[in-house]
Design a binder for this molecule. Structure first.
Ligand SMILES: Nc1ncnc2c1ncn2[C@@H]1O[C@H](COP(=O)(O)OP(=O)(O)OP(=O)(O)O)[C@@H](O)[C@H]1O
Length: 952
């Protein structure tokens, strides 16, 4: 219901109980149609599931879907057949009680498919063991075998079950399927001998002929051609595109071996099938006395072979009509043949079911719980309705009654349990119709029994008269004689009409041939036929039960079985006659809604309250609508609900409070609450989101903090270990150092090796920065004892290197200077004062310049540099002037220090005082001081030269 509430706006309502106009068939159909168009084939009425056949694969039966529905609250998911199956299973497991699921609907509505889906659901979802696997396989494979023998193509359904089936699945205390039991009802035997146009006989005939192994067919005397058999050609549709006889045959063969059929069983089983086909091909003709004689003896030959009967006896029995010895006319002979075929097939089917039951039986005697699946024909209304339809519709009346009683009972029980006043529910109780059919001495079946078994000749008409006499005044019974003018036309003289809860059905009382064929069949040597027709039956002197009574009794025991179990219901609806997907035939569906009693059921469900839920569940869902109950209510759930509905504003007539549940009368009240809840959800979501985000943040922060602390601790550990290692190393190093220091003077040994190398290394590193930079630097680092020798060598190398560098750095000029100094040293060292002070003063080449005239005089002036002019320049006169000047120049290494002047030259007489020498040519060489103060040098004219020494 909760799921339905949420989805209600999407596609109608998921639960018809929530329809506001629940009494309107149109509203019901509208909702069904709306959902069907959206491929939503399932809708609830409370816990009853309405299913509309989609006639197409919807992809809603996967294992994934099964898992979705497994163990989930019935109301929380959209309606599904798995929800019904799961709910029954869960309740069975928890309450350890028995259940049944009643699946009903008309032919083609999807009952068999539904029961298969349920079986598959249990097979997939229930716990199992390897041992139980075989049980599971047998349960699943019993279906194809039963379908092959009990299903046929009809106009309404290509795979129509022609029998009713009730299957118990037994579960052990762990909920594992451990066994099963099948009850079959009213197999449609008439189909064996007659099919309408467009219909087929039971599938097994075609499967055998189409795919039976060659040897098998030969042995059975069959040809792989259905058209050769009278019992298979009446419908004229042996081949149907939707049926794959070949693969179905394979499945059946496999299933038979899994279900424990021996080779003999299988041989006999197909012997029976072949017998039926051979029987169908027996032909008669009239002899001269008007008696029937068999024309084709070959069939008898095969009959005798495959279901060994005394050939002669069988032959004559068939001609004699079996019941007595008197020969039959041709019609009765055919009738006898068909009766034999039907009896054989009918009882073989029962044998088959018993055999399957034998293989499904659980020998373990411990208590088991069961879930029963009842797949029973729905209400049938044809143009001509026979005894079969009468039984089927009677069965549906009984089941409808069961449903009403159980639903009402459950409803009433719930009200009582909850302490709510029981309000009578207006509904149609079909007990009156059930009584009409089954009441002892007064009901239709009793009347039929009486008619069949009374002495004298019973005819169809005498039976009808008896009915008119005994139940003619019943409101739900009508015959042509009893009907009014208007209705009379629609009822034949051989008909009677019943007004069923689902509508009127007119039954034809024209009966079947009542020949007894047991005597001949008892003689069969076929194992199955022998088992089915025991000679004991012939000896029984008691009045045999009529088929109607047998059926009534089987129904009574079925109802007893069902009454002792918890019910679940599935109502299948056929959407159209054409088996077309997506087509919703309003008229057809309206009709089914009516006769499936869906409106009745809805009325019963809705008579009291539309919605009921435990206080805890209601409070949990809607508590956010009231500040007092949100987010937590600390009192009892019922008080919480009371507070909540007071806050929402429920009116007294809208609800009732039971002991454990709240009952809400109208869907609109619930919808309003649900809408408010939807609205409040948004607000809640924001708050929850914020809270959740906060929580996430907090959690993340805590995580990070924890991680940081861990990291920090780790890192600290690493650091501490590093530090300790370092300290250890330091201690070790110092210790070694001290040891080394103590042993430093010893020859290299492990004790001092490191220390000595360290000292050497340190010394050499230090020395690198303190090597002398000049040859005059005498400083040298004092070497440790172990390096004294090396140090000396290094010092020498260093000095040599310095000297070399020094020497390389001396210019020619300097060299000359030095040479001069060396000479000076040789001359003056230790001999003359002031020499030592002069050593540092380089000899300057520039200090000397000489002047002389271009004349041939012997005069030269040596200019003294100005800074040291204590006195004036020296004026010299020499004979060998050229030699003197040249040598002076060489000494001074300055050729251009000589200036040769013309005319005159200047010189210093004394510091700051200049004089001039004038050179002239004359007769006589002379030197004198002229009037102008110049020193005048005269040389004979041709050879006169004046030399001037000038400073540059
Ligand atoms: N749930 C479903 N999904 C798809 N197709 C389905 C479903 N149910 C039924 N059908 C289709 O409808 C056909 C008839 O269904 P099914 O044989 O179950 O009907 P039925 O009610 O058992 O009929 P009958 O009473 O004649 O045996 C199936 O063969 C299948 O094609």
């Amino acid at each position: 219901m909760e799921g339905a509430l949420t989805a209600r706006d999407r596609v109608g309502v998921q639960d018809f109980v929530l329809l506001d106009s629940h009494t309107s068939e149109t509203a019901f159909l509208d909702n069904l149609r709306k959902r069907y168009r959206e491929n939503l084939i399932y809708t609830y009425i409370g816990t009853l599931l309405v299913s509309v056949n989609p006639y197409k694969e919807l992809g809603i039966y996967s294992v994934k879907q099964m898992e979705i529905y497994q163990g989930v609250n019935f109301f929380e998911l959209p309606p599904h057949i798995y929800a019904i199956a799961d709910n029954a299973y869960r309740v069975m497991c928890t309450e350890y009680n028995n259940h049944f699921i009643l699946i009903s609907g008309e032919s083609g509505a999807g009952k068999t498919e539904a029961s298969k889906k349920i079986l598959q659901y249990f097979a997939v979802t229930c716990p199992t063991t390897e041992q139980l696997q075989i049980v599971r396989d047998r349960l699943l494979l019993s279906n194809p075998v039963l379908e092959a023998f009990g299903n046929a193509k009809t106009l309404r359904n290509d795979n129509s079950s022609r029998f009713g089936k009730y299957m118990d699945i037994q579960f052990d205390f762990k909920g594992a399927p451990v066994g099963g039991h099948i009850l079959s009802y009213l197999i449609e035997k008439s189909r064996v001998v007659h099919q309408n146009q467009g219909e087929r006989n039971f599938h097994i005939f075609y499967q055998l002929l189409e795919s039976g192994e060659e040897d098998l067919l030969r042995w059975l005397g069959l040809e792989p051609a259905p058209q050769k058999y009278m019992y298979l050609i009446q419908g004229r549709c042996a081949k149907v595109s939707s049926i794959n006889d070949k693969s179905d045959w394979k499945t059946v063969r496999k299933a038979l071996s899994v279900i424990d059929f021996t080779d003999t069983n299988i041989e006999h089983l197909f012997g029976v099938i072949a017998s039926v086909l051979h029987l169908g091909n027996i032909q008669y003709e009239e002899d001269s006395n008007g008696h029937a004689i068999i024309t084709n003896g070959s069939q008898i030959k095969w009959l005798s072979k495959v279901s060994p009967l005394g050939r002669r006896s069988f032959h004559s029995d068939l001609e004699a009509g079996i019941e007595g010895t008197s020969p039959l006319n041709i019609d009765l002979a055919f009738c006898a043949r068909d009766a034999a075929a039907k009896a054989i097939y009918g009882r073989t089917f029962t044998w088959l079911v018993n055999k399957i039951n034998g293989s499904l039986a659980n020998k373990d005697l411990t208590r088991k719980t069961v879930i029963g699946l009842l797949d029973i024909y729905g209400f049938e209304v044809f143009d001509t309705n026979s005894f079969e339809q009468f039984c089927i519709n009677y069965c549906n009346e009984k089941l409808q009654q069961l449903l009403i009683e159980m639903t009402l009972k459950a409803e009433q029980e719930e009200y009582e349990l909850e302490g709510i006043e029981w309000e009578p529910i207006p509904y149609f109780n079909n007990k009156i119709i059930c009584d009409l059919v089954e009441e002892k001495h007064k009901g239709i079946i009793s009347i039929l029994d009486e008619e069949c078994l009374r002495p004298g000749e019973a005819t169809d008409l005498s039976f009808l008269e008896k009915l008119e006499e005994k139940v003619g005044d019943h409101a739900h019974f009508l015959t042509r004689k009893l009907a009014d003018q208007k209705t009379r036309k629609s009822i034949d003289w051989v008909d009677f009409r019943l007004l069923h809860y689902a509508g009127e059905v007119t039954y034809c009382v024209v009966g079947e041939c009542g020949l007894d064929n047991k005597p001949v069949l008892c003689k069969s040597k076929n194992g199955i036929i022998k088992e089915c027709f025991l000679p004991l039956e012939l000896d029984n002197r008691r009045r045999p039960e009529t088929v109607a009574t047998q059926f009534k009794n089987s129904l009574v025991s079925l109802i007893e079985i069902l009454m002792s179990k918890e019910p679940s219901y599935i109502r299948c609806i056929k959407p159209n006659e054409g088996k077309e997907p997506g087509k919703f035939d309003d008229v057809l569906i309206r009709h089914q809604v009516k006769y499936l009693g869906l409106m009745e059921h809805l009325r019963v469900r809705r008579a009291g309250f539309a919605y009921r839920r435990k206080y805890e569940v209601f409070l949990q869902r809607y508590k956010s609508l009231c500040p007092a109950t949100w987010p937590h209510w600390h009192g009892s759930a019922s008080e919480g609900v009371e507070r909540l509905i007071k806050h929402i504003g429920y009116k007294p007539e809208e609800y009732k409070l039971g002991r454990t549940k709240i009952f809400i009368r109208f869907p609109r009240t619930l919808f309003a609450t649900e809408d408010a809840f939807e609205y409040s959800k948004h607000l809640l979501v924001t708050r929850i989101q914020a809270k959740y985000k906060g929580c996430l943040g907090k959690r993340e922060y805590k995580k990070q903090r924890k991680a940081a602390i861990k990291l920090e601790a780790c890192w600290r550990g690493v650091l501490a270990r590093k530090e300790a290692k370092k300290r250890m190393w330091a201690v070790e190093t110092i210790r070694k150092f001290i040891k080394g220091f103590i042993n430093r003077k010893n020859p290299i040994c492990p004790e001092n090796d490191e220390f000595v190398r360290f000292v050497q290394y340190t010394y050499l590193t230090k020395l690198k920065d303190h090597v002398p930079k000049s040859v005059l630097d005498q400083n040298w680092l004092k070497a440790p004892a172990t390096l004294e020798e090396t140090s000396e060598l290094l010092k020498k190398i260093c000095m040599r290197n310095l000297v070399r560098k020094y020497c390389q750095g001396i210019t020619a000029e300097k060299k000359a200077q030095l040479q001069q100094k060396v000479i000076a040293s040789a001359i003056f060292r230790g001999k003359k004062d002031g020499y030592v002070q002069s050593i540092n003063q380089p000899f300057a080449d520039t200090r000397l310049s000489i002047s002389t005239s271009n004349l041939s005089d012997g005069l030269l002036v040596v200019h003294v540099p100005e800074d040291s002019k204590q006195k004036g320049d020296a004026i010299l006169h020499c004979e060998h002037i050229f030699e003197t000047v040249t040598k002076l120049c060489m000494l001074a290494n300055k050729q251009n220090a000589v200036s040769i002047v013309q005319g005159s030259l200047q010189f210093h007489v004394s510091p700051g005082k200049e004089g001039t020498i004038t050179f002239t040519s004359g007769q006589e060489p002379q030197i004198y001081k002229a009037k102008n103060g110049h020193l005048t040098v005269v040389r004979p004219s041709s050879r006169t030269r004046v030399l001037t020494f000038s400073q540059r």
